[in-house]
Design a protein around this ligand. Structure first.
Ligand code: 4AD
Ligand code: MG
Length: 442
């Protein structure tokens, strides 16, 4: 029996010019072309696609008949010899010696013709097999690996925070609630941050990484109701150090994807020049400077000026990001538009020691972070001002009662980063099964 190999490793099995090495590929028929005497089968196995060729004169009549019979997405086991062929997609070709049909698929719904995205989303479970979704999700996996490698190698401890939580941490208007036995309501986590802060006081540097839930009634291409967020949290780290950590992490991720997933970026037809430029340091502007830029360039972007004290919207973020070639930090937002836990700037308490990182090309906020309030009395006051019940947060206040220190952290949305790196406009394409206001199937 010829050895079972994966298409991504096929180059290791090249034979010499006259004696090919025989291998077996276990996969599915992606597409097929034929011209009576010859069949060109595009075979995929999850790691890649290879062209497999059967000549009527080189194979048994049974094998040739099975090649003819195989339909799109039929599961097949193909044996053949590997040849280098610069004209073939992928640079290699398989000369078929045998083909077994595991299951003959009938009327696969996604044909090579153009389908609308609504139809494709209804068939997301199958659409995952197509080239572009496949490339995007491999890039997502690389973004996640790169993130973890960076943090693990930098001395962070992974610290898993709960998904069922007793109270709000990131605004009260977008909570998914569920009944929790006799203990009343529980909520799906909007962030792991508050728990990660406890982790930072125990381990110094931690990160949590998991699914995050926001019952957001917004239909934009940047919002999912379930998304993945990585949240590093570091004791004794101040605002400026927090920005350095972010720019180093984001640069590392982008460079890793360029290095390891070049094929997938090509499949997505991504212009990689902007990505190559993603190296530290990133520019920093304050919220006040941002308002100035919006006033100056607003007309060009059909974007109204923003009164001081209001949060930036998506058009403002696009305008700002367009002024720079790298991701840009907008720092020192007005305290009142941000979360209750953000440390105010000592010289100017109406703004917070915080930043949002905006990606280029209109991808908007990919990171939100800040220094955290370390003073007990101020934090108690803020909870009340933000309409939260201090009784619910006694454990969190304990972190300020017992050895409080300045500390900082941030949350990076995996889908926002991946969509930007892939150059895909909508977050729904960079998560296997997106959850949105109007979508929970499949
Ligand atoms: O700015 P956010 O809301 O910050 C927090 O949750 C903090 N607790 C993080 C922290 O400091 N530990 O969210 C952080 C990031 C955003 O920048 C964005 O990338 C992503 O999470 N995000 C979303 N991604 C997809 N869909 C949504 N609805 C998102 N909301 C936030
Ligand atoms: Mg934010």
């Amino acid at each position: 029996m010829a050895p079972h190999v994966y298409i991504q490793d096929i180059a290791e099995y090249l034979g010499t010019e006259d004696v090919g090495t025989e291998v077996t590929i276990k996969g599915w028929l992606y597409n097929k072309r034929s011209s009576g005497k010859i069949q060109f089968l595009q075979v995929r196995d999850g790691t890649g696609i290879i062209q497999a060729v059967a000549f009527v004169k080189d194979v048994s009549p049974e094998v040739f008949a099975r090649c003819e019979q195989a339909t799109q997405e039929s599961s097949i086991i193909v044996t053949g010899t590997v040849r280098e062929d610069p004209r073939a997609p992928g640079g290699h070709e398989l000369s078929i010696t045998d083909l077994e049909i595991v299951q003959l698929a009938q009327d696969y719904p996604i044909t090579p013709k153009d389908h609308g995205v609504g139809f494709l989303m209804e068939h997301r479970h199958l659409w995952l097999r197509s080239r572009k979704p496949h490339a995007a999700l491999r890039i997502r996996a690389e973004v996640i690996r790169a993130t973890q490698d960076y943090l693990d190698d930098d001395g962070f401890v992974r610290f898993d925070t709960p998904i069922l939580t007793p109270c709000a941490a990131e605004g009260t208007s977008n909570l998914f609630a569920t009944e929790y036995f006799d203990l009343g309501k529980a909520y799906l986590a909007q962030t792991g941050q508050l728990y990660a802060e406890a982790g930072a006081m125990a381990f110094g540097k931690v990160y949590c990484f998991g699914p995050t839930f926001r019952a957001e009634k917004s239909k934009t291409r940047r919002h999912l109701t379930e998304f993945w967020m990585v949240e590093p949290e570091v004791a004794y780290l101040t605002h400026e150090g927090n920005l350095e950590l972010q720019e180093n992490l984001v640069s590392y991720i982008v460079q890793r994807v360029l290095e390891r997933r070049a094929d997938d970026l090509e499949t997505l037809e991504r212009d990689t020049r902007i990505l190559e430029n993603v190296l530290p340091p990133f520019p920093r502007i304050t919220y006040d400077e941002a308002l100035g830029l919006i006033e100056e360039k607003g007309a060009e972007y059909d974007c109204p000026a923003l009164p001081w004290g209001e949060d930036l919207g998506a058009p403002h973020e696009t305008l700002l990001a367009d002024q720079f070639e790298r991701p840009v930090f907008v720092t020192h937002y007005p305290t009142k538009v941000k979360a209750f836990y953000m440390e105010p700037e000592s010289s100017r308490p109406e703004v917070a020691r915080c930043a949002d990182l905006l990606a280029p090309e209109g991808y908007g906020e990919i990171i939100g972070g800040s220094e955290r309030i370390s003073d007990l009395a101020l934090l108690e006051e803020r909870l009340v001002q933000w309409g939260l019940n201090p009784d619910d947060y006694q454990w969190y206040l304990d972190l300020r009662r017992y050895g409080t220190v300045p500390h900082s952290g941030f949350g990076m949305g995996i889908e926002r980063v991946t969509a930007w790196i892939c150059g895909l406009p909508h977050l729904r394409e960079v998560i296997p099964f997106p959850r949105m206001l109007y979508r929970i199937y499949p």
